[in-house]
Write a protein that binds this ligand. Structure first.
Ligand code: URA
Length: 253
């Protein structure tokens, strides 16, 4: 019988434990090396603690952010009857976003689907339920993060968003980001990442690099709907999500 490498057994046990966390919604446990990095003893390549602190906006405690005293709720009121693109005529509900207006993590998806269009809330269908599990596996709740989309209205039949729709809607997202001032952005799926990063790279390539959007660290990962179709992408997604958590915790990657 081939000899089994104890390091490999340990690595496998870790992978199983992480899967359990992902699927059972167990709480995120900060690995020992991350604690070492936080204490400045083990910085590796990637964002340094200093970079992360530098990216932290001042005064995040306030609901009223830097944007001339505008609150997120007031902004929603201002734009929720939008008809700047044709989706304004076909939507049932405007899906602004939900969560903590001062969240440290902001998830950005593509566009509302049928369930979201009915409820007015982002990520409430099957993909949304998986996103909820992922957030809980990070040791957080949906109420502690902020969730929104590039488009605020459902494209009919869930077709791909059109350039003109993005052009009209993206300024709303940009303003939301200014108001929430998250420490880290996590884009869900190729479409959100490509839009915010002005890139046409594939999801696989985008995942491999570190990004910033207007100075805020941005982690690009797979869309939960894609994970439902391709469960083999759950492991790489979990690796991305751990990066999000570390950036949120303010420790070097
Ligand atoms: N897919 C998205 O990208 N956003 C939602 O809100 C729901 C599904």
């Amino acid at each position: 019988m081939a000899e089994t490498d104890p390091q490999e057994i340990l690595a496998q046990a870790r992978r199983y434990a992480e899967d359990l966390m992902l699927f059972e919604g167990r709480h995120f446990i900060v690995p020992e090396e991350v604690v070492l990095q936080a204490s400045g003893l083990g910085e590796k390549e990637g964002f340094t603690s200093e970079e992360i602190s530098a990216a932290e906006p001042a005064g995040r405690e306030s609901v009223v952010a830097s944007d001339e005293g505008l609150t997120l709720d007031a902004f929603r009121e201002e734009i929720c009857t939008c008809t700047r693109c044709p989706l304004g005529a076909t939507r049932n509900q405007f899906v602004f976003g939900s969560g903590d207006p001062n969240a440290g993590i902001m998830f950005v998806g593509e566009a509302p689907g049928a369930d979201e269009d009915q409820s007015g809330l982002p990520f409430v269908g099957a993909a949304g339920q998986l996103l909820t599990k992922i957030i809980e596996a990070m040791g957080l709740s949906r109420e502690e993060v902020y969730i929104c989309n590039i488009l605020k209205c459902r494209p009919p039949g869930n077709r791909d968003p059109q350039p003109e729709e993005i052009a009209q809607c993206e300024p709303y997202l940009k303003r939301q980001i200014d108001l929430v001032q998250p420490r880290v952005l996590c884009t869900l799926g190729r479409f959100a990442a490509q839009t915010l990063l002005r890139s046409d790279l594939t999801m696989g390539r985008l995942r491999q690099s570190e990004h910033r959007y207007e100075g805020i660290p941005l982690v690009a990962t797979y869309h939960p709907a894609a994970l439902l179709r391709n469960p083999q992408w759950k492991r790489p997604t979990w690796e991305d999500i751990k990066k999000v958590r570390r950036l949120y915790d303010g420790v070097a990657l």
